[in-house]
Design a protein around this ligand. Sequence first.
Ligand SMILES: O=C(O)CCC(=O)C(=O)O
Ligand SMILES: [Fe+2]
Length: 210
Amino acid sequence: MDDLFPQDPVPPAAEPLRALALPGADLLFSPCAFTDAASLFAQVMAEVAWSTHRLILFGRQVDAPRLSCWMGDPDAVYTYSRTRFVPLPWTPTLAQIRSRVTQLCAVPFNSVLCNLYRHGNDSMGWHSDDEPELGPAPVIASVSLGATRRFRLHHRQDAAQSLALMLPAGSLLVMRGDTQRHYRHDLPKAPRVQAPRINLTFRRIFPPAS
Ligand SMILES: O=C(O)CCC(=O)C(=O)O
Ligand SMILES: [Fe+2]
């Protein structure tokens, strides 16, 4: 006879962070660090004040192909194009994810860049996260929620060195050491993907000496 009272599903265990081999980079990855990714996605989606950031591309201002929000401690200020950017205060869910990521990485992250890729035509171009405020060897912890998207790393000097990685909901990718110095990364368009994805890159900003 069928079980009329099925047991509660056993929640899947979180996967530990493991090193990924890529010469000149220092990467840690867990495909499933957050087993509650679905509820985190809904909460982050609703809590964050999403807006379109403007980028300067070939000397012209254009809308970034995604929505973003920068959040952090009040002193996690950075300067870009002679403008001072003060972060928005932590929302409850981002504060909770920050403390979990801080524990997993043993790094005192003080800010997060939230990105919402509304569909597969939203993307992020090739770049390194190497602003001076991040220090010489930034540790960046990237949490993915929602649709799985492909993330790529490309060596700045050696075209033979590259890596493509699918980032599923609940995954955690940590870039540290010389990764930003030696590599660029991007999130290419994926025209067949219709569902939204949220990415959270936790960062440690060293406030400039005043
Ligand atoms: O969406 C991603 O996985 C990458 C985001 C990223 O590179 C960034 O926020 O600097
Ligand atoms: Fe980045």
